[in-house]
Design a protein around this ligand. Structure first.
Ligand SMILES: Nc1ncnc2c1ncn2[C@@H]1O[C@H](COP(=O)(O)OP(=O)(O)O)[C@@H](O)[C@H]1O
Ligand SMILES: [Mg+2]
Length: 240
């Protein structure tokens, strides 16, 4: 596997709580990693740290193809992103990362297709082009005919599939998903995670997904167990 994103010796503290106690992890293109563990074990902190949302107190987050502050590619094409300024970091997140959360991430006043088009417009694509490109995601995600629906007119599973389309619209290198099936029933959750893993892989992106559901995690190539901010188990899966 050729890694695209790596966390090295990640440490994060909140006051006297150690959320991450030295975690090493990497993901590659077309690779999916599930992060599991008990509540409060540091799963979300790990995901947010890898995604450049939370800054670690120790260790580094490395992303392939990132340039250093001086515009010079670092050795072997890797760039450190945890120490970038906030503006660079948020531009990088918009361009190279996609995000799917448990629920409530779509803008309620916008039709589904415009929710998907939004990240493209933020990247400077004119509205009509962005919406045209956004529409292409609807059929592959089983959302044909729902383009003009507002989030309130979608089922939970449909809304999550729109969120997946939005995360993938910018052709990100890494998709981060925190409990993407957490608000869904088992059958709908299975359908959503199946689409999330397959479409992300088809796009050549990496997937980092937090879940407490072993069945959901089993759709990923590898499962990382976190306990008290440390990796307690690491398994390699081959899933059909
Ligand atoms: N912003 C924060 N401020 C203070 N403590 C936090 C914050 N975020 C997380 N924590 C603490 O860090 C630990 C790990 O949290 P988290 O990563 O959210 O766990 P998980 O996602 O596995 O439930 C917990 O003890 C939690 O209370
Ligand atoms: Mg969490």
């Amino acid at each position: 596997m050729s890694a695209v994103l790596a966390g090295v010796g990640l440490i994060k503290k909140y006051g006297s709580t150690t959320a991450l106690a030295g975690v090493d992890v990497e993901v590659g293109a077309c690779d999916s990693l599930a992060i599991m563990g008990p509540s409060g074990s540091g799963k979300s902190t790990l995901l947010h740290t890898l995604a450049g949302i939370v800054r670690p107190d120790g260790g580094q987050v490395l992303l392939r193809g990132e340039r250093s502050e001086m515009g010079v590619p670092p050795a072997e094409g890797w760039g450190r992103i945890d120490d970038l300024g906030e503006n660079r970091l948020s531009a990088l997140r918009r361009k190279r990362f996609g995000f799917v959360f448990q629920s409530g991430q779509l803008l309620p006043e916008l039709p589904a297709e415009e929710n998907v088009a939004l990240p493209l417009m933020l990247e400077g694509l004119p509205r009509a082009q962005a919406v045209e490109r956004a529409r292409r995601w609807f059929a592959p995600l089983g959302l044909d005919g729902l383009e003009r629906r507002r989030p309130g007119q979608l089922s939970g599973g449909q809304a999550q599939r729109v969120a997946i389309a939005r995360a993938l619209a910018v052709a990100p290198d890494v998709v981060f998903a925190d409990e993407p099936t957490g608000a869904l029933d088992q059958a709908t959750g299975t359908e959503v995670v199946r689409l999330l893993t397959s479409v992300t892989r088809e796009q050549g992106a990496a997937l980092v997904m937090v879940t407490h559901d072993a069945e959901v995690a089993a759709h990923c190539d590898r499962i990382l167990q976190v306990r008290d901010g440390r990796i307690s188990n690491y398994s390699q899966f081959t899933v059909s």
